[in-house]
Design a binder for this molecule. Structure first.
Ligand code: TRP
Length: 327
């Protein structure tokens, strides 16, 4: 039987090529070796202000994006966190093994407090404990995540260790698996691609969207006119070429840029063709899936049932370890 691991995503809408190259591709590769549990973590999503009437659509949308990118419901368990109440049940038990001081030192929490001191709810404070519960419920040995999640994984290992020492060996200490995928910069050329910065190429962008976005995207700022020579090594468009173009095209663009043999417009055209070719099948698949929301719902409900079977076994063991076995 294949081992499980858990990884989660918040149901927060559209996926961009940074998500795709940074995380999703790697998940898809792990589907053969493991039976992963991919959770759409709606209980995490409600730790920030949100619109209740939009939540179901956001969940469907996230699921469609991941299925379109290649998550396979025959290999992976794709589930909704709030449908498996064992997640919050284990979180409560882990809460009782967690110190407030430790949670308040987690960098993601400190950052939130800094951004919005008046708005820090208990859910946000407790976010890492729920995340630890997600991971430990499936006895994950590995967790593929982005680098920003590493402090949460460190915390998860600590809590697993504490539980094991206090109540006996129950949980593995999970290791993060960081994607080797390039950190994709946004169209502004200055920041990581991020929805909140509005600098993304989305996996459901139309060809027109892609053309428009690349046409106005930053290049080597020193190359102001067609006749200026440029430096591909500091050009953001060239950094995309490195991901999407062939070695011959890379050479052609780098050499053409340095010698002012080709202009940014021509260089961008080559990139646009590759982006269109990468994104079109993902966009089409996603639209096909969203045209049949019932089929997605079925996958999510069946996945949640499968997840719950595993979760129940772990909870029975945990409850017996901690002495909650009356009767
Ligand atoms: N905190 C993660 C993020 O924002 C989402 C998440 C919740 C998660 N539970 C998880 C990731 C468990 C990995 C494992 O990206």
């Amino acid at each position: 039987m294949k081992k499980h691991f858990f990884s989660g995503i918040q149901p927060s809408g559209r996926l961009h090529i940074g998500n795709y190259l940074g995380a999703i591709k790697q998940w898809i590769e792990l589907q053969d070796e493991y039976e992963p549990v991919f959770g759409i973590v709606d209980y995490h999503a409600i730790t920030a202000p949100y619109e209740p009437s939009e939540m179901s659509a956001r969940i469907l949308d996230a699921a469609a994006g991941y299925l379109a990118a290649g998550l396979d419901p025959d290999k992976s368990i794709i589930m909704i966190q709030s449908r498996v109440s064992e997640h919050t049940e284990l979180a409560w038990i882990l809460n009782c093994q967690t110190s407030m001081g430790r949670l308040s030192r987690i960098p993601t929490f400190k950052e939130k407090v800094r951004q919005n001191p008046g708005e820090v709810g208990m859910g946000l404070f407790d976010y890492p404990v729920l995340m630890a519960a997600d991971i430990l419920l499936y006895k994950s040995h590995i967790v593929p995540v982005g680098e920003d999640q590493v402090p949460h994984l460190e915390f998860t290992r600590e809590i697993a260790r504490k539980f094991n020492t206090t109540f006996g060996d129950t949980f593995p200490e999970p290791a993060e698996v960081l994607s080797t995928g390039a950190k994709v910069m946004g169209l502004d050329g200055e920041n990581k691609m991020s929805k909140s910065l509005d600098n993304c190429i989305y996996l459901d962008d139309s060809d027109k969207d892609i053309q428009k976005k690349i046409a106005t995207a930053k290049t080597d700022p020193a190359r102001k006119r067609r006749d200026d020579s440029g430096n591909p090594d500091i050009c953001n468009i060239y950094s995309y070429h490195k991901i999407f173009s062939t070695p011959e095209e890379l050479e052609y663009c780098a050499e053409g840029c340095r010698s002012a043999g080709i202009g940014c417009v021509e260089c961008k055209k080559i990139l646009v063709a590759h982006l269109e070719e990468t994104i079109a099948p993902l966009r089409e698949k996603r639209n096909e899936l969203l045209a049949k929301p019932d089929a997605i719902t079925e996958i999510l409900l069946a996945g949640s049932d499968r997840a719950q079977k595993i979760a129940r076994e772990t909870m029975a063991e945990v409850k017996s370890r901690i002495g909650l076995t009356f009767g």
